[in-house]
Design a protein around this ligand. Structure first.
Ligand SMILES: Nc1ncnc2c1ncn2[C@@H]1O[C@H](COP(=O)(O)OP(=O)(O)O)[C@@H](O)[C@H]1O
Ligand SMILES: [Mg+2]
Length: 595
């Protein structure tokens, strides 16, 4: 499989924490809020630090001196700090959620817009589940990290530094000992970073695999049921789910080990402090209050140190989510406007020409199309005929730049279509494809998707041409919301709606990829009759399988071996080109064809 997402993580250190820097452009607009979050969290933690210091002062001051009155201001001070901490907690929660939810929204929008702009060739290669899991799970992972992990990672690191500094100031020999114990801890964390990162990434990729499976199972439910292969499909899914579990368990094991060490470390250090402190107090180098303060300060460190273990893992996960999202944001947009393109003035209808046009699918070695020369005069209709797999669909996709030619060029009125703004090209060229994709919107929204400015009369006209007036009989007429992919409609109905969408507003260039394949003979005749009027006014390339569709065209082009093997009038080709005769003769309707 050439799905880039299923390729193993390269060993070049991709997915390191530095991947998180990618988030900066998204965080930048909210940096004020983020600073507020960070400041609030830091102040709250520092307020917390005041309590041990006050405790030490109470032990060495009023308690040692049996001075009750002296207790009151110190306890009052501790209270003030406690209240300040609570207020700052609120500030942090509020500022944090505000900024991180906004960042999430921006990230989602950017990703969605990117998926829309990425060329069809990109979507050919990527499993949709991988895209789905990136757009949902990974974005959420990043949001949770930004909103929670990042702030605490930073605050806890700062807290560690400040507390260690305070410990050094209060009694440097013990402080130094505590500092030294963090060295092996950091070393261990760094070593595990890489391992955890690879594991987190493979879990996320496997989640994408599962998403793909669920999506395909739901979309292909009819096929699976009718083939009676629910069991097989389930087994495949189960195997993948089991693999996910295995990968997750591996990840959990690493995390548990990490936790274990981060949990043990402060306990051992505390024991060391107590022993060392007792010796120091005994030797008169430290007061009892000093030791109490030292221990109380150290206990402030317990949570930050413990949390660093999982925050680190969290950061890892967010980093690999960033990587996975980054792969989409970095995927090149190959079909795009050239710098400085300007709209050209094109005739309506325009002249369409393929000039030595060739196309090779990415990753493929041999071209599908190779030196296509074909000219369609303004207002002319050319039928494209060829065996299955001869490249008809590919050729039609070149006109609207769903793919860019890999050789030669395609022109409209002599202008290379790559020198037209995509918006202009796609407003000039309308298309209907073999699979009539409809969206979960109303019939009207589906129809006017490409031409939001279409008038009511245009819509009626398009419905008439496509013989799709049945929509008026739907429960809410044109306002009826049709299901995902229009599943509540028959194949023929969907195809007629897709055709109506294409002919809406009489486009200047019309590309139809076998638009009548799902229609019954009677409806097909009606559509053909109405389509003939539309075709008279546009330049059209129509993929055809049946002689009756071919007869709509002024000329026919036979596609074979990646080239236009013959062009001419249907009757002439039928008489002179055996390959053409063979292709169309398989159709029983041939008998009806006038010669
Ligand atoms: N997305 C794709 N990636 C790689 N190869 C493709 C893709 N789509 C089609 N092909 C290949 O290109 C050839 C032409 O396909 P297509 O244009 O769909 O033919 P037709 O419409 O005439 O049946 C076939 O051999 C097909 O396997
Ligand atoms: Mg095709």
């Amino acid at each position: 499989m050439n799905d880039p997402a299923s390729q193993p993580l390269p060993a070049d250190g991709r997915g390191r924490l530095s991947a998180l820097l990618r988030l900066w452009p998204f965080a930048r607009p909210y940096r004020g809020m983020i600073a507020l979050t960070f400041g609030g969290a830091l102040l709250a933690t520092l307020a917390q630090l005041a309590v041990p210091l006050i405790t030490a002062a109470i032990v060495d001051g009023p308690i040692a001196a049996h001075d009750r009155a002296g207790l009151i201001p110190l306890i009052g001070l501790a209270l003030v700090f406690g209240i300040a901490e609570a207020a700052l907690f609120f500030l942090r929660r509020w500022a944090m959620n505000k900024s991180c939810l906004q960042i999430e929204r921006d990230l989602r929008d950017t990703l969605y817009a990117r998926l829309q702009r990425l060329p069809v060739a990109f979507h050919d290669r990527w499993a949709s589940g991988q895209l789905l899991s990136r757009a949902t799970t990974d974005v959420s992972t990043v949001r949770r990290f930004v909103g929670f992990g990042a702030v605490f990672l930073a605050v806890n690191l700062v807290t560690c530094v400040v507390v260690l500094a305070l410990l050094l100031v209060r009694y440097w020999p013990l402080g130094l000992a505590v500092l030294l114990t963090t060295v092996p801890l950091s070393g261990l964390a760094l070593r595990w970073e890489r391992r955890y990162n690879v594991q987190a990434r493979s879990v996320q990729d496997q989640q994408g695999e599962l998403t793909t499976d669920v999506e395909e199972a739901v979309q292909g439910i009819r096929v699976v049921k009718s083939l009676g292969r629910s069991g097989l499909v389930f087994d495949r899914y189960d195997a993948k789910a089991t693999r996910l579990r295995t990968l997750q368990l591996k990840k959990v094991r690493t995390l548990a080990l990490l936790w274990c060490v981060f949990e043990l470390h402060p306990q051992l250090t505390l024991a060391m402090i107590l022993v060392g402190g007792a010796v120091a107090v005994h030797a008169g180098a430290l007061t009892v209050g000093g030791l109490v303060g030292f221990v109380a300060l150290f206990t402030v460190l317990l949570w930050p140190i413990l949390s660093l273990g999982f925050l680190f893992a969290f950061a890892q996960e967010a980093a690999s989510a960033c990587d996975r999202i980054g792969e989409l944001l970095d995927a090149p947009i190959t079909v795009t406007d050239r710098p400085g393109v300007r709209p050209a003035s094109l005739g309506s209808p325009a002249r369409l020409r393929f000039e030595g046009a060739g196309f090779t699918y990415p990753g493929s070695t041999s071209p599908v199309l190779d030196g296509i020369d074909l000219e369609i005069a303004p207002g002319e209709t050319v039928a494209l005929v060829g065996a299955t797999g001869s490249g008809k669909t590919t050729l039609t996709a070149l006109v609207g730049r769903l793919y860019d030619v890999t050789a030669g060029r395609v022109t409209l009125d002599g202008v290379d279509i790559r020198d037209l703004p995509l918006t202009q090209l796609r407003s000039v060229v309308a298309a209907a494809f073999e699979d009539a994709t409809l969206f979960s919107m109303s019939v009207r929204e589906n129809l006017t998707l490409g031409r939001p400015d279409a008038s009511e009369a245009d819509v009626e006209e398009a419905l008439r041409v496509a013989q799709a007036e049945f929509v008026h009989d739907l429960p809410w007429g044109l306002a009826t919301r049709i299901g995902e992919q229009g599943l509540s409609l028959s194949g023929g109905q969907r195809q007629r709606l897709a055709l109506a969408r294409a002919v809406l507003g009489r486009p200047s260039v019309l590309v139809l990829d076998d638009p009548l394949s799902a229609l019954d003979v009677h409806t097909e005749k009606l559509v053909e009759r109405a389509l003939r009027e539309v075709l008279a006014g546009t330049t059209a390339l129509v993929v055809a399988h049946r002689p009756s569709t071919v007869l709509l065209a002024d000329r026919v082009a036979l596609l074979a071996g990646g080239r236009i093997a013959a062009v001419g009038r249907h009757t002439d080709l039928l008489a002179d080109v055996p390959a053409y005769r063979n292709l169309l003769a398989q159709d029983s309707e041939l008998a009806e064809v006038p010669s």
